[in-house]
Ligand binder design. Structure first.
Ligand code: E4P
Length: 218
């Protein structure tokens, strides 16, 4: 499973990239606004840190505008993926831009039929929003499972399932169990991934015993 970082926090992206676990980055207009930085500058900087896909979202609401914005954003770097919303205009833009061999991430997906449309429109990635479905009392993981089943039924569909709106480690585990290709994770969730209290406890005991032994490796 690939991990993307869902953030425009340069320090966090740089730090996690060093671990070799980062396969790409996703942003959205809210994340960019929170960064307080110029959109194109920050996308350019992220693209210089990771060679994986970096999602930059259009803000036009009609297909023509989305295509125009997508073409501009795609020139920032080779690894920019254009993010378009799952609307009819977004699907039209997805088709037009993917026909030009530009990577497309179709975002704000909340149903399996929406995911089917995105795949037919040539999306590189489909982003089902797990956490936001949980927020309204549904189980976001059901959506991952349904999309996986549908895509597997039609091997000609090459769209990758990018689990988004991931809020905790349980989401990551279930997304992996149900076959999502990628999960995009806020930095806080990435930090928590390697943590376990028994790891900390076990390591402390090993080091205490080691120190008592008086030995050294180097
Ligand atoms: C994904 O691409 C989105 O940027 C993100 O995962 C949305 O997450 P949220 O629902 O926590 O805002």
């Amino acid at each position: 499973m690939k991990f993307f970082i869902d953030s425009a926090d340069i320090e966090a992206i740089t730090e996690f990239t060093k671990s070799g676990m980062v396969d790409g980055v996703t942003t959205n207009p809210s994340i960019i606004a929170k960064s307080g930085r110029d959109f194109k500058d920050v996308i350019k900087e992220i693209c210089s840190i990771t060679s994986g896909p970096v999602s930059a979202e259009v803000t036009a609401t009609n297909a023509e505008g989305m295509i125009e914005e997508g073409l501009v954003l795609s020139k920032i770097a080779k690894n920019v993926a254009i993010k378009v919303p799952l609307t009819w205009a977004g699907l039209e833009a997805c088709k037009a831009l993917s026909d030009k061999k530009i990577m497309i991430n179709v975002t704000l997906c909340f149903s399996a039929t929406q995911a089917l449309l995105a795949a037919k429109a040539g999306a590189t990635f489909i982003s089902p929003f797990i956490g936001r479905l949980d927020d309204i009392g549904e189980d976001g993981m059901d959506l991952i499972r349904d999309i996986k089943t549908i895509y597997d039924n039609y091997p000609m569909l090459k769209t990758e399932i990018l689990a988004a709106s991931v809020r905790n480690i349980e989401h990551v585990k279930k997304a992996a169990l149900y076959g999502a290709d990628i999960a995009t994770l806020p930095p806080q969730v990435v930090s928590e991934l390697a943590n376990h209290p028994l790891t900390d406890k076990g390591l402390k005991a090993f080091l205490d015993d080691w120190n008592d032994s008086g030995q050294k490796i180097l």
